[in-house]
Design a protein around this ligand. Structure first.
Ligand code: FES
Ligand SMILES: [Fe+2]
Length: 427
């Protein structure tokens, strides 16, 4: 249970708020590289700031204030030039540093004034990594953009999926350190949604949590596993500060504002060994949008794993009221995570780097993370091994994670695997 004021500390993300300042120390994924190749300008709302992400004709990325400094027109309706983004109202042009570099009428009629030299808009650094575009809104110099090892894994079919979730980011992130919900939310609830009453999934007997440089690990033993199981010896990762990492995928919970979160996930499906080498360039990773509401009923979609998580998050309210919660022993990881955030808020206030920041470029190369299914993901299995290994097949040859996968993406994965792939829901 938390007081209202402590809850606000965790949940408010605007510029100048303690958590807003903390989160601005980290790079945030905001789009897929392939999205900007298709349409070079994308409006982005990030931590309460309205911005425009663009890729100019010269291939440079920029992230600038959505409103033109001239008379506030919407730059998401502008157009890109060889260098920069141009406002569609009077043609003022801005480069990726935010500097105004052309004002067609002023430059023609009053070049001696050189008004543009005095016009600069808000602009933030953008970088590409792993097929994602990342933004950094904090003080310069920016830290390293983490080069997680899986961005270098080979022979994988990757896809990026985004969903807008109408609730605060922190309740989404608390789901990154919540082992018990798998049993109920994904296994048993799916069974009931499918019209069956049992048997229920093996129950959790023991959970544990520990900390490492880049986050926390949660570990579980269920009635059907023991202490040799990789989900106990290695576990899964609550990646700092706003991500879940399972080996097969990342799920970032990117704060749009205090009551909206952009879920950005990055999936890696290792192709069967017979399909190697499989090369998917970063800029060819498909990015697609996954809806959360069923237009036919107006209710939340329940058929896919992450859609189920989304239902839990939005069900907690626009901003979960933690003064009314009652935590149990299974919530020890959540308590550890909150304590670390409170600590990091103080660290940032003191002018230091919070947890997980990488400043040394020499260590920022394929940074290793705990991966329970490492062999499967890095060495791969043959088609016949995949067919025999139910767990591996479930991880790699299906897409039960998010609803709305485009048929073209399913077909691309099937072609990469050389076998049929299903994106059928859980039930
Ligand atoms: S409002 Fe953008 S150029 Fe005038
Ligand atoms: Fe979940």
């Amino acid at each position: 249970m938390l007081s209202q004021s402590r809850n606000e500390l965790l949940t408010q993300v605007g510029a100048g708020t303690p958590m807003g300042e903390l989160l601005r120390r980290y790079w945030m994924p905001v789009a897929g590289v392939s999205e900007l190749q298709a349409i070079p300008i994308k409006p982005v709302r990030l931590m309460g700031e309205d911005l425009v992400l663009y890729r100019d004709l010269g291939g440079t990325y920029g992230l600038v204030d959505r409103h033109c400094p001239h008379r506030r027109a919407d730059l998401s309706y502008g157009f890109v030039e060889e260098c920069g983004i141009r406002c569609n109202y009077h043609g003022w042009l801005y480069d990726e540093t935010g500097q105004c570099i052309a004002q067609p009428y002023e430059d023609t009629a009053h070049p001696e004034v050189d008004l543009k030299a005095r016009i600069r808009t808000t602009a933030y650094p953008v970088a590409a990594k792993g097929g994602l575009l990342w933004a950094y809104l904090g003080p310069l110099p920016a830290p390293e953009l983490p080069d997680w090892e899986c961005f270098g894994w080979e022979n994988g079919f990757r896809q990026i999926v985004v969903s807008e979730i109408p609730c605060n980011w922190f309740q989404c992130q608390e789901n990154s350190i919540d082992p018990v919900h798998f049993e109920w939310m994904h296994a048993n609830w799916s069974l009931r949604l499918d019209g069956r009453t049992g048997p229920y999934a093996p129950t959790h007997l023991k959970v544990d949590f520990d900390e490492f440089d880049y986050g926390f690990r949660y570990k579980r033993i269920r009635a059907d596993t023991d202490e040799q199981d990789a989900l106990w010896t290695i576990g899964r990762v609550c990646l700092w500060p706003n991500c879940l990492f399972t080996g097969t995928h990342f799920e970032w919970r990117v704060p749009v504002d205090d009551t909206t979160t952009l879920s950005v996930s990055w999936f890696f499906s290792r192709v069967p060994t017979e399909s190697e080498p499989y090369v998917q360039p970063d800029d060819a990773i498909p990015t697609w949008h996954s809806p959360i509401r069923d237009p036919a009923t107006g209710r939340w979609i329940t058929t896919h794993i992450m859609q189920q998580d989304f239902i839990a998050w939005v069900g907690q309210g626009a901003v979960a009221d933690r003064s009314k919660e009652n935590l149990g022993n299974s919530d020890r990881g959540i308590v550890m995570m909150r304590r670390q955030f409170f600590n990091d808020i103080d660290v940032v206030t003191a002018g230091k780097d919070p947890k997980g920041i990488i400043r040394d470029a020499t260590i920022n190369h394929r940074v290793a993370l705990p991966v329970a299914d490492r062999k499967l993901l890095t060495q791969g299995l043959s088609r016949s091994e995949l067919a025999k290994d139910e767990r591996a097949a479930a991880l790699l040859t299906r897409f039960p994670w998010q609803a709305g996968q485009p048929e073209a993406v399913r077909q691309a994965q099937a072609a990469a695997f050389g076998i049929a792939i299903t994106n059928q829901p859980l039930f």
